[in-house]
Ligand binder design. Structure first.
Ligand code: GLN
Length: 492
């Protein structure tokens, strides 16, 4: 049992194709671990019946010799992917019991390749947060604990359920989304590989929007090879999403040679943030050494507008959110407040939105509406957009000389639930990740070491647009030399 639920996708694929194991057997093993993990609160909905049906269909395909890489692989899906007939709430009460009548392109692509759905995964409400504490389902707990402590830690956010489910062996891989770091930060906190593809590489159709120009779907996996496999299945050119790029999906797995000879890796000097802890610094330096050991040349680069990235992200993301979330009005979806005698349509909107949205979402809607308002648009929104262009330009200049960029993923290891109550302190979690979304580039977090307290730490690699193949290969080399194998000790 245990063995089945710790396999990588690549290993499971071989065993499934060789008929050493069946998809149904694998799925039953995961249904059991999902059942045993309730205390971690990762799953918002469990779908064992769907899983069993899909597993039986996968076994049939395997039997017929028609088995794509994801065939029979049990996965968990972040709550904001629309899954037909299955609750898709984006972690919010305003979408209570919303059951889409359609399937997101990404999940459809995975089901078409034979993947198996174990259920939906909790997340910060509308993907706003870095600790999975703003979810309508309550906080998700990390399976990791600091040495000598039984304090509950955050798995990170907003894809916290996706991180916990995989780290606690309650799925073989999971789906997340990343608007400012929501795949890479939780992956770093839980010792997983987390990939945010280039904006446009993966269709956003059927994914409940937070900030459309920044949102991108991606996988959480145990290994870089698994990320390559899963991205290959998720990515497509999609007529339903006019922003999905008309670029053929390459064979990402074929790019994994681990050879970095002739490659140049940039280390941005601006990322040496004030007060960076010595362990993060040491991890970063070791990562650079690891890449050198694989034949790469590591050079210092400059991304001069880095310091403006976080403040401008926290203008652009809320602005887009305030517009995207305007549709939740008590009429078209889920939640409608009970109305008093004499209440009209305005009261219905106001009460439904006041009841349905949580604190952080309200804060973002207010910030967004403010920066878009007539008197402040030029001072905030339009300046933030200009900064965004400059940030993009920084990367374009840097990529004239380097093939990828290496940075830490997070400024610290996972913190205790409840420990960060100041929103600005929470926003600072995204300091190393938001620039990538602002520039629309692909980024990946690779588990690279443990903190002094025994918690996972990740390194981020940033690639050129639509160059996921080379980015994955660089990550593959880093993974190999970093040799991260730690797992949380089972206490749940
Ligand atoms: N933590 C960031 C935010 O709250 C990023 C979230 C995300 O990537 N979805 O906006």
């Amino acid at each position: 049992m245990t063995e089945l639920t710790t396999l990588s996708i690549a290993d499971a694929r071989e065993k499934l194709r060789a008929k050493e194991i069946s998809a149904s057997e694998l799925t039953e093993a995961y249904i059991a671990t999902v059942e045993g993990g309730d205390v971690l609160n990762a799953y918002s909905v469990k779908t064992p019946e769907i899983a069993r049906e899909q597993a039986a269909a996968a076994d049939k395909r395997l039997g017929d010799g028609d088995a794509p890489s994801m065939c029979g692989i049990p996965i968990g899906v972040k709550d904001l992917y629309c899954t037909k007939g299955v609750n898709s709430q984006s972690g919010s009460n305003i979408l209570r019991d919303f059951k889409p009548t359609y399937e997101s392109t990404v999940t459809q692509n995975l089901w078409d390749d034979g993947a198996v759905m174990l259920g939906k995964l909790s997340m910060d409400e509308f993907a706003m947060g870095s600790s999975n504490e703003t979810s309508c389902y309550g906080p998700v707990i990390s399976p990791w604990r600091a040495k000598g402590s039984d304090a509950k830690l955050t798995p990170g956010g907003s894809s916290g359920g996706s991180a916990t489910a995989l780290a606690a062996d309650m799925a073989m891989a999971t789906l997340g989304t990343d608007t400012g770091g929501s795949i890479r930060q939780p992956a770093a906190f839980t010792g997983l590989v987390g990939l945010k593809p280039t904006w446009g590489r993966v269709s956003r159709w059927g994914i409940i929007a937070f900030a459309s120009s920044l949102d991108q779907a991606g996988p959480f996996t145990r290994t870089v090879r698994d990320a390559a496999i899963m991205l290959g299945s998720m990515a497509s050119i999609d007529d339903k999403d006019s922003t999905s790029a008309e670029i053929e999906v390459p064979d990402y797995e074929a790019a994994l040679t681990g050879d970095l000879k002739g490659k140049r890796i940039g280390v941005p000097k601006e990322y040496v943030a004030d007060g960076m802890s010595s362990e993060i610094k040491a991890l970063w330096e070791k990562g650079a050494d690891d890449l050198r050991a694989k034949g790469a040349e590591v050079v210092e680069i400059s991304l001069p507008h880095t310091k403006y990235a976080l403040p401008s992200y926290y203008i652009i993301a809320p602005a887009e959110a305030s517009s995207n979330l305007a549709r939740y009005d008590g009429v078209r979806y889920g939640q409608r407040a009970e109305l008093a005698q004499g209440d009209g349509i305005t009261e219905m909107y106001e009460k439904s939105r006041a009841e349905g949205f949580g604190h952080e979402v309200k804060r973002r809607i207010m910030m967004g509406a403010y920066v878009l308002s007539a008197g402040y648009y030029d001072a905030y929104y339009s300046r933030a957009q200009k900064i965004r262009t400059l940030i993009k330009g920084d990367f374009e200049t840097a990529f004239e000389n380097v093939d990828a960029i290496l940075t830490p993923t997070t400024p610290s290891p996972a913190f205790e639930l409840g420990a960060v109550s100041d929103p600005v302190e929470m926003y600072l979690q995204d300091i190393f990740t938001v620039t990538v979304n602002m520039a629309g580039l692909p980024g990946i977090s690779v588990p690279a070491g443990l903190s002094e307290t025994g918690l996972p730490l990740g390194l981020q690699l940033i690639g050129k647009a639509f160059d996921e193949a080379n980015l994955l290969n660089t990550a593959y080399a880093l993974e190999d030399t970093a040799g991260f194998t730690a797992k949380p000790e089972k206490w749940w």
